[in-house]
Design a protein around this ligand. Structure first.
Ligand SMILES: *Cc1c(COP(=O)(O)O)cnc(C)c1O
Length: 335
């Protein structure tokens, strides 16, 4: 099966499995797991922050960050189309008593600065206390312009807000822009990064920030049930993902371009966008679920189109040969 649903489907490499088998472990809730500690130190260094925390998922990484920044009745400003708001089950409100203030992203993943200022509430008991600005990079595969990020976070700070980055795919942004992870993360108080997407680890995310923030995050991770014991078997794979995973991303981006070009030239598809490892294409079919089923019969897995738009994601388990086979299959089922 050629799986284009997401880059979360990547399987651990041989090197990762070997490192997992040989990992030194301890009880991480006691802080005793050397492999987890090594991963956290590496993540903090690469992201340019004082400390980092290993978490089971990107969702928990973001939730723990929101809960570490905000108290009950605080508010965070977030994209209407952002993962933390839209695709995390409303966790900040459900579990954190943190009020979301969603605002529309433009097509580059930016919330206009004037809209941010307008949404910041006065200090008055009628309102939730606006505490945090949350941005996302990459968004729909797009690298959010860093000059915007610098401006938006400066503006937020002038109004006393803290800043969190959902950097689930920040490694893709780094490879694409040629800027280091630490430069991209510098404007933020905290940043989450997924190890289990294009970087290829089987499980996990890291959250980086100040020592103080990470201490609060560690407490919330335990409360949320994310305190894992001999988690070093997972962290060992995560460490390899951070050390060796980034160079493969450039190939994913090149293949996404190739796929976008092929689809642009194919009748039946209208290319919407391509950025880093993602391709969005319009497919006008009445029954998207049946259409995806036909593609599956040809050996290609996709999520059914949503509002007639199909998202295709490239990753390290799709080489050039598989990509060409996927293109042939897409051509065969073109509407
Ligand atoms: C995948 C993703 C997450 C959440 O990661 P999970 O490990 O699936 O919980 C958060 N933010 C963005 C932008 C993502 O793409």
């Amino acid at each position: 099966m050629i799986d284009l649903r997401s880059d979360t489907v990547t399987k651990p490499t041989t090197a990762m499995r070997k490192a997992m088998a040989e990992a030194e472990v301890g009880d991480d809730v006691y802080g005793d797991d050397p492999s987890v500690n090594a991963l956290q130190e590496l993540a903090a260094e690469l992201l340019g922050k004082e400390a980092a925390l290993f978490l089971p998922s990107g969702t928990q990484s973001n939730l723990v960050a929101l809960m570490a920044h905000c108290e009950r009745g605080d508010e965070y400003i977030v994209g209407q189309q952002a993962h933390t708001y839209r695709y995390e089950g409303g966790g900040a409100a459900v579990l954190g008593s943190v009020v979301p203030q969603p605002l529309d992203f433009d097509d580059q993943g930016r919330i206009p600065l004037a809209k941010i200022v307008e949404a910041i509430k006065p200090n008055d008991p009628h309102f939730a206390r606006t505490r945090l600005l949350c941005l996302e990079n990459t968004w729909n595969g797009k690298v959010v312009p860093q000059d915007y990020i610098v401006e938006a976070t400066q503006l937020a700070r002038q109004h006393g807000l803290r800043c969190h980055l959902d950097g689930a795919r920040l490694a893709n942004a780094s490879v694409e822009s040629g800027q280091s992870l630490s430069i991209l993360a510098a404007p933020f108080d905290s940043v989450s990064l997924c190890l289990s997407k294009g970087l290829g680890a089987p499980v996990g995310s890291v959250l980086a920030g100040s020592v103080d923030l990470i201490e609060r995050a560690r407490r919330w991770r335990k409360v949320l049930g994310g305190g894992m014991r001999q988690a070093g078997v997972l962290a060992a794979a995560g460490r390899i993902a951070l050390l060796d995973g980034m160079h493969a991303l450039a190939d994913d981006h090149r293949r996404a371009k190739r796929l976008a070009q092929a689809l642009a030239e194919m009748s039946g598809y209208q290319l919407e966008s391509q950025a880093t490892n993602m391709v969005f294409v319009r497919v006008d079919v009445d029954d998207g679920i049946r259409w995806a089923e036909r593609l599956r019969e040809l050996g290609v897995l996709v999520n059914p189109p949503s509002n007639h738009v199909l998202r295709l994601v490239l990753h390290r388990d799709i080489d050039d040969d598989k990509l060409e086979r996927a293109i042939s299959a897409l051509s065969a089922v073109a509407p």
